[in-house]
Design a protein around this ligand. Structure first.
Ligand SMILES: NC(=O)c1ccc[n+]([C@@H]2O[C@H](COP(=O)([O-])OP(=O)(O)OC[C@H]3O[C@@H](n4cnc5c(N)ncnc54)[C@H](OP(=O)(O)O)[C@@H]3O)[C@@H](O)[C@H]2O)c1
Length: 355
């Protein structure tokens, strides 16, 4: 293996501490894995939450990060014989250290191990920077739609009535929300309604939303009911990409207006339903917590389908448009600033560092 640069990682030295750069060995891929030289890293809200609250951290020093794009340096034996990826390929992927506890598989470093099932080929026209916005923005929506809400697998011919089913995406401008809008509208064939700031409405319509409302409007529930009536559909599915107590109450209220004991609805949440908060609808609305990490474990099959087979085609055909990347200058050294900026909150953009 050609080793051009040392492997520099951004370590969290101890609970709650700021990132510190240091060197560590370049890891070796296992049979179903690839080693990539990372060129762009996307930051996720879970990264700052793990740093601040110690979530899913087996030991310190630890390395955060999942969303990466780069060039394949080496492949494991099974990947080599499958011919799926070769050294020199441009790829994007979801690094699984948060699930596996193996820091070789963490994104915040120059050399990262990816599982082949969570790696996608990168179309030529797409930059590493734009690609780094994609892993979680596609895998979490895929888990939400095809696992939590139980829709038929992507690629299965759509039932003729699917356009008659409405889905509400709360937090449509978030990375997870905008990804869910696109997959729900273009792959699952649902009629999509989104709640987002007005500044993002035009873009979300372009991504496939039929109805968009302002989530800060005091009449947001009535606005959604009116949009559904205008489109002639019933909103019986939902993905709450924010999942605060307030947003959960509102999304559940909207869905419960359309559900009955004969016509059940389903709401996928990105955080667990709060204890003590009653789900409206007298049992007609089922709520499920999206566990995006299943893409690396129980739903590797969905990971393979999404990353190995579907995503490059969606990108090439313009069926999935990457989110807007905001590049933070300074490479790995800018990650700490990025974590702090993301904690304060961003609007319709993904923070990315180039390595
Ligand atoms: N369970 C899982 O497996 C899983 C996986 C991935 C992410 N997550 C979680 O999902 C959440 C979203 O992640 P992300 O990366 O998509 O976040 P993000 O892009 O950083 O989210 C920022 C967006 O949230 C929107 N927003 C904030 N408060 C809102 C509200 N009250 N109503 C509607 N929209 C609101 C803002 O919309 P405007 O710009 O319109 O104001 C903003 O554009 C995070 O909490 C993350 O930790 C969970």
């Amino acid at each position: 293996m050609a080793q051009q640069t040392p492997n520099t990682a951004a370590f969290v030295p101890s609970a709650g501490a700021a990132l510190v750069l240091g060197e560590r060995p370049i890891p070796t891929p296992g049979p179903n894995e690839l080693l990539i030289r990372t060129h762009a890293i996307g930051i996720n809200p879970i990264d700052w939450k793990r740093q601040a609250f110690g979530i899913a951290i087996p030991s310190y020093p630890t390395i955060l990060g999942a969303d990466v794009a780069g060039v394949v340096v080496a492949v494991g034996s099974d990947v080599a014989s499958s011919g799926l990826f070769r050294p020199g390929d441009r790829v994007l992927g979801s690094a699984d250290a948060m699930g596996s506890g193996n820091f070789d598989h963490a994104g915040f470093q120059t050399y990262t191990i990816l599982s082949a099932s969570a790696t996608a080929p990168l179309p030529k026209f797409l930059s590493f920077t734009d690609a780094a916005t994609l892993p979680t923005a596609t895998s979490t929506p895929a888990i939400a739609l095809y696992e939590t809400l139980g829709l038929p697998a992507p690629g299965v011919p759509l039932p003729a009535h699917s356009r008659k089913t409405g889905i509400l995406i709360w937090g449509g401008a978030s990375q997870v929300g905008a990804g869910t809008i696109q997959i729900a509208a273009r792959q699952a064939g649902l009629t999509v309604f989104a709640a987002a700031s007005p500044a993002h409405h035009a873009r979300l319509r372009e991504l496939g939303a039929t109805g968009v409302v302002d989530y800060r409007s005091p009449t947001v529930v009535e606005d959604l009911l009116a949009a559904a009536e205008q489109a002639g559909v019933e909103i019986t599915l939902g993905v709450d990409a924010v999942s605060s107590e307030q947003t959960l109450k509102t999304t559940a209220e909207v869905l419960s207006r359309f559900t009955t004991t004969e016509k059940k609805g389903r709401l996928a949440t990105v955080a667990p339903w709060p204890q003590g908060l009653t789900v409206p609808g007298d049992g007609s609305l089922e709520v499920g917590w999206v566990q995006g990490g299943k893409i690396w474990s129980d739903r590797k099959d969905l990971g393979e389908l999404l990353f190995n087979q579907l995503l490059a085609g969606w990108l090439e055909r313009g069926e999935f448009v990457p989110g807007k990347a905001k590049v933070l200058e300074g490479g790995l050294g800018a990650l700490q600033k990025g974590l702090e900026e993301l904690k304060k909150g961003v609007s319709g953009e993904k923070l990315v560092v180039e390595v």
